[in-house]
Ligand binder design. Structure first.
Ligand code: G3P
Ligand code: MG
Length: 252
């Protein structure tokens, strides 16, 4: 197991949803802004449209982050591409289209930015989403210097991803308190990392994970002092919205 930690080669600062809250989350506009601040790794949320296209979206519904409403899985990609995913945040982003796994792969590969693909299935579509996204990720990132890290709160989705593209590295996301059997879960899913909520992160937990060969990444860390402390404790990745104060360009 110590082998998997030695395989960890990702940057320590990760732009959450592209650029946190500074640009419309999970869009190419956000990725461009994150890249401008020097981020060499980006996290984004992916699910499936009605016609099985891999699209970037955090929520199940379109309501919060677009000018449309309803479940994303009720729309085809052609329909989704007509909506505005930018002006809900700032007028300057009007008509920003939904990003797809294809467009993000092209952008990140061209910019030499590493990716954490968070598989965010709609309830009931966990296995299908995990399998499809892993398959697409394998194809789209075949020329990448480092493979994309696949993560999910859904163990069903991660198990499906493991079957579909076993060679792609995986991380288990935990919502809330970290359960006692977390290391068995990581072992079962053959994960290389444990991605946890800052509120439930302790130095002892990071040390325990490290002893077992797992990298720990923490979300969402927006206080530079806390980010420094976590890195000192041995945390390998920090997901941040604060791209203006926690950024590679600041020699953080
Ligand atoms: O992957 C880390 C983080 O993105 C998990 O939470 O809700 O922001 O997708 P959420
Ligand atoms: Mg996420």
């Amino acid at each position: 197991m110590t082998e998997s930690l030695s395989l960890w080669a990702y940057p320590e600062l990760i732009a959450h949803r592209g650029a946190g809250k500074h640009a419309p989350e999970n869009t190419l506009a956000a990725m461009r802004l994150g890249a401008k601040h020097g981020f060499k790794m980006v996290e984004f949320d992916v699910k499936l449209s009605q016609d099985g296209a891999a699209i970037l979206l955090h929520d199940d519904t379109l309501d919060r982050t677009s000018n449309a409403t309803g479940l994303a899985s009720h729309y085809s990609l052609t329909e989704l591409l007509k909506f505005d995913f930018g002006s809900w945040l700032k007028a300057e982003y009007v008509a920003e289209p939904i990003a797809t796994l294809n467009t993000v792969a092209a952008f990140t590969l061209a910019q030499d930015i590493h990716s954490n693909i968070e598989i965010k299935p709609e309830t009931g579509f966990e296995a299908e989403t995990g399998a499809k996204i892993a398959r697409l990720a394998r194809e789209l990132w075949q020329d990448a210097t480092l493979p994309p890290l696949l993560s999910s709160f859904s163990e069903v989705a991660l198990a499906a991803a493991k079957l579909s593209a076993p060679e792609l590295p995986r991380a288990l996301l935990i919502e809330g308190e970290v359960p006692n059997d977390v290391f068995e879960r990581l072992q079962r899913l053959e994960c290389i990392a444990l991605n946890i909520d800052d509120k439930f992160t302790t130095q002892a937990l990071i040390a325990q994970a490290q002893e077992r060969g797992y990298a720990v990444c923490v979300w969402t860390v927006n206080d530079p002092q806390r980010a420094k402390q976590l890195l000192q404790w041995g945390c390998k990745g920090i997901f941040t919205d604060a791209i203006d104060t926690i950024a590679p360009n600041l020699r953080f």
